[in-house]
Design a binder for this molecule. Structure first.
Ligand SMILES: N[C@@H](CCC(=O)N[C@@H](CS)C(=O)NCC(=O)O)C(=O)O
Length: 209
């Protein structure tokens, strides 16, 4: 297997952290998104959507979408389980993941992509060619702030995002909070439960992946 990766991007970091937690070490090929390397024919012949991460399997086929990649790796390397053991935990983790993706990662991508000159004509990831819309910046910030409030409430009564154990939901949330720093969006000090959780997960070795 091979992972097509971009060191600075949040979704690729999710997969790198997931692999680090499981001790999976495979070759990585760096693709420079800012320079548009993902939009060149060589990469598009592997993934016509032009997005990362992308996993090349041993049979020469490709798998995109960070969570699909993680699910595949979880099947191959079940322990430590990061996507849950039983029906309820699996569903809870999946639900948390969806919240983080829709309420934080996508709005944050809107904030960055609709404000950064590099993405003026690439306001959606990949081959979209969509022009930036200024109003999406404020909408993205508002969604992220609401997400932080809910996350802080959730972490009042449990150590990790999806419950008592570290899971892929913690990986996704950590990647979202670090991605927010690119937009200069810090976690407000009153969100003490998030700050406690962040200190806990950010010291894991995988956080450096
Ligand atoms: N839902 C996809 C999102 C993939 C995505 O948006 N990837 C970004 C990097 S974080 C990308 O490839 N961007 C390419 C671009 O900006 O042109 C996933 O989870 O893999």
């Amino acid at each position: 297997m091979k992972l097509y990766d971009c060191t600075s991007a949040p979704n690729t970091r999710r997969v790198r952290m997931f692999m680090a937690e499981k001790g999976i070490d495979i070759p990585r090929i760096e693709i420079d998104i800012a320079q548009g390397e993902n939009l060149q024919s060589d990469f598009l012949s592997k993934n016509p959507r032009g997005v990362l991460p992308l996993l090349e399997l041993d049979d020469g086929s490709y798998l995109d979408e960070s969570i699909a990649i993680c699910r595949y790796l979880e099947e191959l390397h079940p322990e430590p389980a990061l996507m849950g053991h039983d029906a309820k935990t699996k569903a809870k983790i999946e639900s948390c993941q969806r919240h983080i993706e829709f309420d934080a990662l996508l709005p944050l991508a809107d904030v960055l992509r609709n404000s950064a000159p590099t993405f003026k004509e690439r306001a959606l990831p990949g081959t979209s060619g969509v022009i930036a819309i200024d109003a999406l910046v404020d909408r993205g910030i508002a969604s992220y702030q609401r997400f932080l409030e809910r996350l802080n409430d959730r972490l009042k009564d449990q150590p990790y995002v999806a419950g008592e154990s570290f899971s892929i939901a913690d990986i996704t949330a950590l990647c979202a909070l670090d991605f927010a720093k690119w937009a200069k969006l810090k976690t407000p000090e009153q969100h003490t439960h998030i700050l406690r959780w962040y200190a806990l997960v950010n010291t894991r070795t995988s956080a450096g992946a």
